[in-house]
Design a protein around this ligand. Sequence first.
Ligand SMILES: NC(=O)c1ccc[n+]([C@@H]2O[C@H](COP(=O)([O-])OP(=O)(O)OC[C@H]3O[C@@H](n4cnc5c(N)ncnc54)[C@H](O)[C@@H]3O)[C@@H](O)[C@H]2O)c1
Length: 369
Amino acid sequence: MDKIRVAVIGNGIIGEQHIKRHADNPDVEIVALCDIDEARLNLMGDKYGVARRFTHIGKLLAEGDIQAVDVCLHNNLHAPVSIAAMEAGKDVYCEKPMAGTFADALAMFNAMERTGRKLHIQLALIYEDATKAAKRFIDAGRLGRLYHMRSYGFRRRGRPFVDGYATKEFVNSTTSGGGALFDMGVYHISQLLYLAGVPKLQRVTGATYAEVAMDEGRRRESGFNVEELGTGFAFYEGGLTLDILESWAIHAKSFPPSILCGSDGGLSLSPLTFHSTENEMIADTVVDLKAMNYLDHTVHAGTAHYDHTQTHWIHALLGRCPLLPTAKIALETQRVQEGIYLSARLGREIAAEEIETISVSRALDVPNL
Ligand SMILES: NC(=O)c1ccc[n+]([C@@H]2O[C@H](COP(=O)([O-])OP(=O)(O)OC[C@H]3O[C@@H](n4cnc5c(N)ncnc54)[C@H](O)[C@@H]3O)[C@@H](O)[C@H]2O)c1
């Protein structure tokens, strides 16, 4: 097997970026494109030279020669399409967040286990040099006992659609399931959960807000009904805590970088800095990530398998490396996010088990599946 035969479902803003990266990858053959919007489908098909085009996802999934699908649809379409694809025998790469609710993400995870297919979720920060360097400090035991993490994500004014970039489906819960906490929080929270070894959630509390003024025309047109600011505090097994602050819009100066605090050392993730006490002296070690990256790629075998989320999936499908457990990391990210939403709605702390019982599917009926 020298090339993976991929179809890209959803050819919008991010779909085009995925198509482009696949087209530049000698390990991939883009065998088909699919979008319900025929004009967009033909635009992308013509631009990237893909002749086989589908407006019906179900018909695409019935094609035996398509080995893998890349799902670039809106959040509440991720679960039904990814599950149908895995049941049709395809490996799946799906955009973040995993789904529109924890229940839907869990259904995707269960479908992956049931079908034995490879499900990969786009969690881009895991492949950054800063994350790789942080993991080395952690794996070497330099943090001692990890006891607290802070996940920060800051935009002063960057709500999708109402503040400019991207489509209105991002800010309406019918299609998106959530706001800032989902859209951007997924990157920052998943990065920390990955570094902490995907700990088990015990309980969580949180609040969400949408207070900053926006263009009224765009508000009406989109039906904006998600949070622009999400805050949460979560307790994990072993006494580890996680503080979350994720903003699409806020009247504040930029937030500090995400941090991990351990008994022997700590990490700031941007710029990557290791904080420690050396011989009773306070020390901050700044890592030369460029030099690390060079050494890794020239001296250490296999580094290129982890350069980018999309190429990592292809390398894993080609059997060159094990697939990172992004489905599990994304599921646990979704668990704490939904816990915050539930806490905000019910006005109390939420136990981890409750999230599983209360969460319901918000997956949309897909007319063309
Ligand atoms: N835009 C970004 O910068 C960005 C970045 C990272 C991740 N994402 C994620 O990518 C996903 C899509 O976002 P986007 O910005 O590309 O949205 P988009 O609106 O630009 O594109 C979505 C595409 O899906 C198509 N579509 C809708 N329903 C369909 C159906 N039933 N069958 C086939 N096609 C259908 C639409 O016609 C559209 O072309 C979201 O989950 C988002 O979180 C987006």
